[in-house]
Design a protein around this ligand. Structure first.
Ligand SMILES: Nc1ncnc2c1ncn2[C@@H]1O[C@H](COP(=O)(O)OP(=O)(O)OP(=O)(O)O)[C@@H](O)[C@H]1O
Length: 216
């Protein structure tokens, strides 16, 4: 069980003006936390800090009380990111994208085969396993990225707008899968524009004008 905390953080890109100031938010094991806000409000920026991709200008990001460090350290601590633009390698198949990620994070080839098949099946993509990413629809690519995130079996799962291209049935399937992750003790953070997706979460942090407000 892992808790990720952002405390009194100022988040900015390069030397630019702060996107978010005074950010304090905790992702707790067993819980789905929605991050909402209009386009450009800073949802991806907040998830980037939680993922170890963006160092806060001030304040801290900690995992179980220890500073997060860079992305490599975050991966080692079990912080999985499903990025907004899916992050899949176009020259690999759906199955290869997942298997490579499992092996890169310490899984054996047998683990990779099993977890790849399980996660593709969970997302309804068994029939697309051997298709190149470029041969998949936008929604299928998005579901492949979710399958990869699930296959990594993280302790913290950061999902950035992962339902934006999905129909209602697939959106519900993804919410159910993220709920199942929370039920096994994962701290799940879900950035979303969609009020229905946010309503399915346990708590919501809303970003507006650089500051946060909470729905508990
Ligand atoms: N790499 C970057 N370099 C400079 N500025 C950036 C960078 N990434 C984001 N920004 C800026 O930070 C602000 C917040 O962007 P961010 O992507 O976090 O918003 P968002 O809420 O995720 O938006 P969307 O819903 O459109 O994805 C925006 O003003 C954006 O222009």
């Amino acid at each position: 069980m892992t808790t990720l905390t952002v405390e009194a953080a100022e988040l900015a890109h390069g030397a630019g003006a702060p996107v978010l100031s005074g950010v304090t938010v905790t992702a707790r094991p067993g819980e789905l936390l929605a991050v909402t806000g209009t386009s450009g409000a800073g949802k991806t920026t907040l998830l980037s800090a939680m993922a170890g991709l963006l160092t806060p200008r001030s304040g801290t990001v900690t995992v179980d009380g220890t500073a997060l460090g860079d992305r490599d350290q975050a991966v080692a601590r079990g912080v999985v990111l499903i990025p907004q633009e899916n992050g899949l390698a176009a020259i690999l198949t759906a199955a290869e994208n997942i298997a490579v990620a499992v092996i890169a994070t310490g899984g054996t080839p047998a683990d990779a085969r099993r977890r790849t098949a399980e996660s593709l099946d969970a997302l309804g993509l068994s029939g697309q396993a051997n298709q190149l990413i470029d041969e998949l629809s936008g929604g299928q690519q998005q579901r492949t990225a979710i399958a990869r995130g699930l296959a990594l079996r993280g302790d913290v799962l950061l999902a950035d707008e992962v339902t934006s291209e999905l129909d209602a049935a697939n959106r519900q399937k993804v919410i159910d899968l993220l709920r199942a992750e929370a039920d096994r003790g994962v701290a799940v953070v879900l950035a979303t524009h969609d009020p229905e997706t946010a309503a399915a979460c346990d708590r919501e942090v809303h970003l507006a004008d650089g500051v946060l407000s909470f729905r508990e």
